[in-house]
Design a protein around this ligand. Structure first.
Ligand code: GLV
Ligand code: MN
Ligand code: MN
Length: 413
């Protein structure tokens, strides 16, 4: 298993629209399509039934002895933000597939079907909103809102979707509450804890509450040499002040878990001898508690008003998402812990500060997550790394948990 997963992760990383070492794979791009086809072939070779919904979420089902029962789901995403690593999401998809293969090779046949999911766009790169596929599947993003989505050039969701070969009623993507009995996602930690405390497995208890918003600033452009300083309405300077205000407000939050990042800052016309007439920002704001996150959000909004008033710059503030945290299901947590112990792997209960498709799957069915260590806590960077041995431990715990959950007599209470 070790060599095969490792080779497949390397192979997947070649489906990238940038040269490397970083991986860039954005929803509905050619490399995204190619990577999906690559994975679908493996699923078909293993006898899984593959289907895609009308937006491209992909399901590969190992049909159980009692196919009429709600299935057990596992999986993650394969899209990758610009210049990122090889492991974020892909470990959960390939790991899910190898967990199924492991069970098949043990001669096990599940009662409930076990289904591998490849969620569309867990990353917000194309349409500015993360977990697109799992939001739709779980009914948290209605079809009408999906069709309103546009990329940063104003190209509509439907245009991208049909270019990638998908069409049809988006409402049909929503799954009923009894479609899955349970869902378990394997993922790299993306933080430093497991490595620091030398534990093999992270058992996630809660996923932090993410939010993001955009601010479009409109000032007045002009000649960089000829407009004197008192006469300016510089949208770039307003953006710079806002970036620093966001950092300061997050630092002063009463919660040590508040984190805020201005990851997108664009100036127009972006010429060295021209005063920026417009600026566009996107801010990512998270916390483990909704109350402190929303307090920080209020303070940022307040500060944006002040900064823009002082600088005579107009602004348009748009909330992109504002999600609650999710709790993982206690009885699946307990099973993951027992399975780690039985396999001789050490484990640690922990919070996920990153968001995952499980945040939304938890709205649909009992859900839990298994983490494996990330070297140096590094993620969303080309040097992201988890060793084949660490991945294998995650896959073995996942396989044991899927095996338990697929038993028709297993009650999740
Ligand atoms: C997922 O990629 C996240 O940003 O948490
Ligand atoms: Mn990610
Ligand atoms: Mn991820």
């Amino acid at each position: 298993m070790l060599t095969e997963i490792h080779q497949q992760l390397e192979q997947l990383a070649r489906f990238s629209s940038t040269d490397g070492p970083g991986v860039t794979r954005v929803l509905y791009s050619q490399v995204d399509q190619d990577a999906r086809n690559y994975l679908k072939q493996f699923c078909l070779q293993r006898g899984l039934e593959v289907r895609e919904d009308t937006i491209g979420n992909t399901f590969a089902r190992w049909v159980g002895k009692k196919p009429q029962l709600p299935a057990v789901g596992t999986g993650s995403h394969i899209d990758a933000i610009p210049e990122s690593g090889k492991y974020d999401g892909t470990v959960g998809v390939l790991g899910g597939l190898h967990a199924i293969i492991l069970l098949q090779e043990q001669g096990f046949l599940p009662d409930r079907s076990i289904e591998l999911l490849l969620f569309n766009a867990e990353e917000p790169t194309r349409f500015g909103i993360g977990c697109l596929g799992s939001r739709v599947i779980s009914g948290q993003l209605p079809a009408a809102s999906v069709t309103q989505l546009k990329d940063q050039e104003g190209v509509r969701f439907d245009k991208w979707r049909s270019k990638a070969g998908f069409s049809g009623d988006i409402y049909s993507c929503q799954l009923s509450k009894d479609y899955y009995h349970a869902f378990v996602e394997l993922h790299i930690e993306q933080g430093p804890i497991l490595e620091a405390i030398e534990k093999d497995i992270g058992v996630v208890t809660k996923i932090a509450a993410p939010s993001s918003f955009s601010i479009q600033l409109t000032g007045e452009g002009g000649h960089a040499g000829c407009v004197l300083m008192p006469d300016r309405k510089d949208a770039g300077c307003a953006a710079a002040e806002i970036v620093l205000a966001v950092e300061e407000i997050a630092q002063l939050s009463t919660s040590p878990d508040t984190v805020a990042t201005c990851g997108i800052v664009k100036l127009e016309p972006s010429a060295v001898n021209s005063i920026p007439k417009a600026a566009y920002l996107e801010v990512d704001l998270r916390d483990t508690q909704v109350a402190t996150r929303d307090q920080v959000l209020k303070e940022i909004e307040h500060r944006v008003v002040e900064i823009c008033r002082k600088r005579n710059v107009a602004f348009d503030f748009k909330m992109l998402n504002r999600d609650p945290p999710a709790a993982c299901h206690q009885s699946i947590i307990d099973r993951i812990r027992l399975n780690s112990d039985a396999l001789g792997y050490s484990h640690q209960l922990m919070i996920s500060r990153a968001y995952h498709d499980s945040l939304f799957m938890a709205q649909l069915c009992p859900t839990a997550m298994i983490f494996i260590p990330s070297r140096g806590g590094v993620s969303h960077r080309p040097d992201e790394y988890s060793s084949p041995e660490q991945i294998e431990k995650g896959v073995r715990v996942l396989a044991a948990t899927l095996k338990d959950l697929s038993d028709a007599n297993t009650v999740i209470s």
